[in-house]
Unconditional design. Structure first.
Length: 392
C-alpha cells in the first residue's frame, strides 16, 4: 500500500497542484548533468594518460643533441640497429621543416615510413601518403582558411632561397604535440612531398634533392612490439644511445587544463543542488497539501511507518524516473561535448564512459533522495488524524 500511494503521489498532481512536473524536470536535469560531467571528466583523464591521443603515439624518439657528429649517428648506426631489431614494431623518420601555407608560416613535420604505420595521430581524416597530401592542425586550419578536402597553396624555398609553390590537398587534421608550436598547430606531409615541392622538375633537380636530404635534421620515432621482448629491446637501445634519447612529454597546456577544468564539475554540482531543492519542495508541498488524504489513510489503518514509507517511495519514484530519462541524455550529451571540445583543442576525440562510476553516481542520487525525504516523511508520520480531519 505504501509503495502504491508513494508512486501515485510522485506521478500525479492531485488537489492543490503539487509541483510534480518541476520536480521531475529538475531531477532529470540533475542526473543528466552528473552523467555528462562523469563522461567529460573520464574522457579528460583518459586523454592525459594516453599520449597517442595528443600526438605522441611513439614510446621514444632519437634525435641529435647538438654535438658534432650526433646527427650522423642518428641517421647511421642508430637507425641501422633499429631496423635490424624485429622487436621494434614501428619506426618513422621525421624532420621539422618550414613551409608557407596560404600565406601563413607553418612549422611542418616531414615524415618517412620505415616500418609499420606512421607514428603520428590524426584527429580525423587520414595520414598523408602521396606527394600532394597534407594534414593540418586544427588551429592552423582555421588560421589558413583551409578546409578538409580542399586545396591549399604550399610555398617552399629551395636551398638557394628561391620560392616554389605547389597545390596540396588537405586530407585530414593532425594532432601534433611538440615542435610545431603547440596542440592544434603545425602540419604533416611526407618527406618526398616536401622535397618534390622544394625541388621541382628541371635542371639541377637531383643536386637540389641531395642538398635538401643532406641538410634535414632527421629524428627517429619508435614503438616496440607489445610484451616483455619489445620492452627489453627498446630499453637496450635507450641505454646504448642515452644521450640521443627523448621521451614524449605531456603538453603543458593539457596538464594545466586537466588541473583547473572545474567548470563541468561546478555545473553538475549546481544542477544537482537545484534538483535536490525541487525534490525537497515537492515532498514538503505534497505532505502539506495532502493532509486530509493522509488523515483518511490513517483512519483506515495506515500506521506511521507506512505513511513515512509512502513519502520515501514518492522520492524514490521521482529519482528513478529522473535516472531512466536523464542518464541516457547525460551520457549522450557528455560524448557530444567531449568530441566538440577535443576536436577544437586539437586532440583525438575519444569519449570514455565508465559504467562503475555512472552506477555509483546514480546510486548516490537515489540514496540522497531518500535522505532528503526523511524530514517530510517524519512530519507526515507524526501527524494526527483527528487534527487533519477536524475540518471534515
Amino acid at each position: 500500500a505504501a509503495a502504491q500511494i508513494g508512486i501515485r503521489h510522485a506521478l500525479e498532481r492531485g488537489r492543490g497542484g503539487q509541483p510534480v512536473g518541476t520536480a521531475l524536470l529538475g531531477t532529470v536535469m540533475a542526473v543528466a548533468a552528473l552523467c555528462a560531467t562523469a563522461v567529460f571528466g573520464g574522457s579528460l583523464t583518459h586523454l592525459i594518460s594516453s599520449p597517442a591521443l595528443y600526438g605522441a603515439p611513439f614510446q621514444a624518439y632519437f634525435a641529435s643533441n647538438g654535438e658534432p657528429g650526433s646527427q650522423a649517428v642518428v641517421s647511421g648506426p642508430l637507425l641501422d640497429s633499429l631496423r635490424k631489431d624485429r622487436a621494434i614494431d614501428q619506426i618513422t623518420l621525421g624532420a621539422f621543416v618550414e613551409v608557407n601555407v596560404n600565406g601563413s608560416h607553418v612549422r611542418t613535420m616531414a615524415m618517412t615510413l620505415v616500418r609499420g604505420p606512421a607514428l603520428l595521430s590524426a584527429v580525423d581524416g587520414r595520414l598523408p601518403h602521396g606527394d600532394r597530401d597534407i594534414m593540418l592542425g586544427v588551429a592552423t586550419m582555421r588560421a589558413t582558411g583551409a578546409r578538409l578536402g580542399g586545396t591549399v597553396r604550399v610555398t617552399v624555398s629551395d636551398p638557394a632561397g628561391a620560392p616554389h609553390e605547389a597545390r596540396f590537398r588537405v586530407i585530414g587534421r593532425a594532432s601534433l604535440n611538440a615542435g610545431t608550436g603547440g596542440l592544434g598547430n603545425g602540419a604533416v606531409m611526407t618527406t618526398s612531398a616536401f622535397i618534390s615541392a622544394q625541388c621541382p622538375p628541371g635542371r639541377g633537380q637531383s643536386a637540389c634533392q641531395r642538398a635538401v636530404r643532406h641538410g634535414m635534421a632527421t629524428m627517429v620515432l619508435v614503438r616496440a612490439a607489445p610484451g616483455a621482448a619489445g620492452s627489453a629491446a627498446l630499453a637496450r637501445h635507450i641505454r646504448r644511445y642515452r644521450g640521443l634519447t627523448y621521451l614524449p612529454a605531456k603538453p603543458t597546456v593539457l596538464v594545466n587544463f586537466g588541473e583547473s577544468a572545474n567548470f563541468p564539475l561546478l555545473f553538475g554540482v549546481a544542477l544537482s543542488i537545484f534538483g535536490a531543492a525541487t525534490m525537497v519542495h515537492l515532498l514538503l508541498v505534497s505532505v502539506a497539501r495532502r493532509r486530509r488524504e493522509t488523515g483518511l489513510l490513517k483512519s483506515l489503518g495506515l500506521v506511521r511507518r507506512q505513511v513515512a514509507a509512502a513519502v520515501c517511495w514518492q522520492a524514490t519514484t521521482v529519482v528513478l524516473v529522473g535516472i531512466a530519462v536523464g542518464a541516457p541524455i547525460g551520457i549522450a550529451a557528455g560524448k557530444v561535448l567531449w568530441r566538440v571540445f577535443a576536436t577544437n583543442f586539437g586532440v583525438v576525440p575519444v569519449p570514455v564512459v565508465q559504467p562503475l562510476l555512472i552506477a555509483a553516481l546514480l546510486t548516490g542520487v537515489l540514496a540522497t533522495a531518500n535522505v532528503l525525504a526523511a524530514v517530510p516523511a517524519l512530519l507526515a508520520a507524526r501527524s494526527h488524524p483527528g487534527q487533519l480531519l477536524r475540518a471534515e
